[in-house]
Each structure stands twice: as C-alpha cells, then as structure tokens.
Design a protein around this ligand. Structure first.
Ligand code: FEO
Length: 404
C-alpha cells in the first residue's frame, strides 16, 4: 500500500499484514495493519514505526514522501513489538532525529535496542512539541495498552493519533471508516472493534472511561482518530469513542452465547435443545464449539452477549481442557456485567459444571444456578430438561439485562 494522506500533509505510511492469522496467540482472521504516520511540516515528524517484518515497507513509504534523513522528530507512542521493532532499521536513516517517548517507554525499549546513540527526549502528559505550523500534544495513557503508552494530538488539524486505542485487526485496501463500510460493511467494522476490545482492552474498562473523560475535559476537538491498527476514523470519530464508552461500561446485546466442548457428543446434544429453549423465549443464541473455534472468537462472542452458557463434559473430575483454557483466558480479561450458567454431561463422577461455577464466581459475574448435568447420554426427558433450562436462562438474562 502506498502512503495515504489523512489531512494537510499528514500521511499514513504503514503496512498492511494480509497474512497474519496468529497475533501473539490471538486469532486474526481479517489480518491486521501496522499504522504509522508522517507529518510533513517545517520539522518533519514520524509517529510510531511498525512490526520489524514490515520495516522495508514503511521505509519505502516514507521515501516516497521525503528523504528520511530530513526527519527531525520520531514519536514513539507505544513500544509493543508490533509498533516499535522496525525502529532499529529506521533510526540509522534518521540520524538527526530526536526521539520522544514516555519514561516507561524508554525503560522498556532499551531492553530491545541499544539507544545510546539516539537523542531521546522523555515527555509527559500535557507537554507539547512545535514542529512548524503544527503543535503536537502528548497525553500519557498508561495501560492503554501497555504502561508506556501515550497518544499524540495534532492540534491544528484536530487529529488524534491513538496507537492501539480505537484500533481493529483488519487488513484492507480501505484506510478510512467510510471507505471500509462501502467495500465491506458497518457490521464487519463494528464486529472487529468488539473483537479487538474484548481480547485486548477488556480488563481496562475503568481506565478507558477515565482517560476518555480526561481527554473530553480538555475540550479537544477531534476530527480524525488514527489508530495504529486497522481503519482510521474520519467520518464518525465520535462513534468509536461512544462504542468504547459503552464497552467500558459493560454494555452488551440482549442475547445469549453458548460456548461448549464435547467428547462423545453428549454435551453437544444438550446444547441444541438449550439453544431452542433460548430462541423460543425470544432471544437470539449463538452456539460455539470451542475445539473448532478460536478462543479469541469465543471471547468476542462472550463479550457481545449479556448471557453465556458454558457446556463441558467432565474429564478426570474436571472440565474439558479446552474449556479450562477458555476459563483461564477469561479470568485474565476480567469481564463484568455478564450472567453465566453451566451445563454438561458426565459419566461416573461429575466435576466440570462445579469447576466452571467456581471460576465464574471468582470472576464476580452474575451466576445462573443450578447448572444442568446429564449422565452419559441425554434421554428424551433430559432433552426436555435442557429445553426448559434454556428457557429459564433466557428469562433470567432478560431480567438481568434490565438491571444493568
Ligand atoms: Fe498493537 Fe499493544 O500493540
């Protein structure tokens, strides 16, 4: 992809990663992009780099706009490897550049690179840098996504370069929200936002709310939000901010997700009438078999729904390994404002359903009890119990939804 102008000499000079499907263990079926930006002003400024594998791509993009040695400033908004590892290849081309980052970024980045030859300047929230006609304002956003993170606001152009925040894992020839909605769909864009938030930012909801409030209090006008992944928000930057506020509040759809795994299809046979009961109670229900689905997909669907039922057979008195792995992943993401129940088959001794409830209670989520267990294989009577279990869960989800 060639550079794309966002506004008045502010260019996207990043790389589209069409092929990545495993992003540090997180499945990215849509690929992703590593966005970085070049501002051509009296003192040309590069904001962020890209993943090392794409260093040549961003260097080529930069060279189509300017001789890199003329770049005077390099801003590192975030040091995670997907944004900073190309800096080792970039810096030798920009020997006159001063590099701006937070103190935490410096401490972390020097674990990766020999920075002794760099002219590094540490910046704090509220500090500014004049690069000619423009002023850059730095705002630290610790833990969004890493402790080092900050965002850069281009005052005169009202552009917020937001690193991971407001990003999505999308590889596309479209750079902007309006373009993407035309060539794909609004649903797909929204789904990618949910996916990114659920798998990466879910634990930081209260920080996100506080940071957005802080930015709004500053009265910054924002016409474009340019994240370090995916689509740039120029048509409706307010929409993504509102989506983040809603997700940070724990907003969810009034529907249900069933996430299950199965050994000999008995737990699977329970899931079907349960889903029917949920549907007949008027709620939509997605059914996800965990062993054939990505954990990140299941987490996204969990997060989108107000209610989730987790189904697992018992194996060695515990839940099935894929379910155990899912629960461990969920624990780290610290979800809230969700209601969860459990079901499953067992042979001579149960354990899976109890283990799931123990985990859900540790998370402090609303619990729908008792769970439903069936020995060996569901009979017709058991299938009827499953159906009623689904109906009862849907009713409870609807009630709970009104309290949030
Ligand atoms: Fe896209 Fe936290 O890195």
């Amino acid at each position: 992809m060639k550079p794309t102008e966002l506004k008045n000499d502010i260019y996207w000079v990043g790389a589209v990663d069409w092929a990545v499907r495993d992003f540090h263990g997180y499945e990215t079926p849509r690929g992703t992009s590593y966005n970085n930006y070049l501002i051509l002003d009296d003192e040309p400024t590069l904001i962020d780099t890209v993943k090392y594998d794409f260093a040549d791509v961003t260097i080529k993009n930069i060279k189509t706009l300017i001789e890199p040695s003329k770049i005077k400033h390099v801003v590192i908004n975030h040091i995670e490897n997907d944004h900073s590892t190309a800096i080792g290849a970039v810096m030798p081309l920009m020997p006159n550049a001063t590099v701006y980052m937070t103190e935490r970024a410096r401490k972390a980045l020097e674990r990766f690179f020999d920075m002794s030859g760099w002219n590094v300047k540490i910046v704090k929230s509220g500090e500014t840098l004049t690069i000619g006609k423009r002023t850059l304002l730095f705002l630290e956003t610790p833990m969004l996504h890493w402790p080092d993170s900050m965002v850069t606001y281009v005052k005169e152009d009202k552009v917020l370069i937001s690193q991971d925040a407001f990003g999505q894992h999308i590889a596309s020839s479209a750079r902007f929200d309006d373009e993407f909605v035309t060539c794909a769909s609004l649903w797909e864009l929204d789904d990618a936002v949910w996916d990114y938030y659920a798998n990466i930012l879910m634990p930081f909801g209260s920080l996100i709310k506080a940071k957005i409030a802080e930015i709004l209090k500053l009265g910054l006008e924002i016409e474009i939000i340019a994240p370090d992944h995916g689509i740039i928000w120029r048509k409706e930057p307010g929409k993504i901010v509102q989506m983040y506020l809603d997700m940070a509040e724990g907003k969810a759809n009034l529907d249900v997700t069933i996430i299950y795994d199965t050994m000999w299809h008995s737990t699977e046979a329970m899931a079907q009438p349960i889903a029917k009961g949920i549907n007949d109670e008027g709620l939509d229900c997605k059914v996800i078999k965990l062993r054939t689905s990505a954990q990140s997909f299941a987490i996204k669907e969990f997060w989108k729904s107000r209610g989730t039922l987790i189904g697992s057979p018992t194996l060695n008195n515990l839940s099935f390994p894929s379910i155990g792995q899912f629960m461990a992943y969920l624990r780290g993401l610290r979800p809230k404002n969700r209601i969860v129940g459990a079901f499953g088959s067992f042979g001579w001794g149960g354990g899976a359903v109890k283990e799931i409830y123990d985990e859900v209670k540790k998370l402090g989520l609303e619990v729908f009890e008792p769970g439903l267990q069936v020995p060996y294989r569901p009979s017709l009577e058991d299938e009827a119990r499953c159906y009623e279990f689904g109906k009862a869960f849907a009713k409870r989800v609807r009630e709970y939804h009104t309290t949030i």
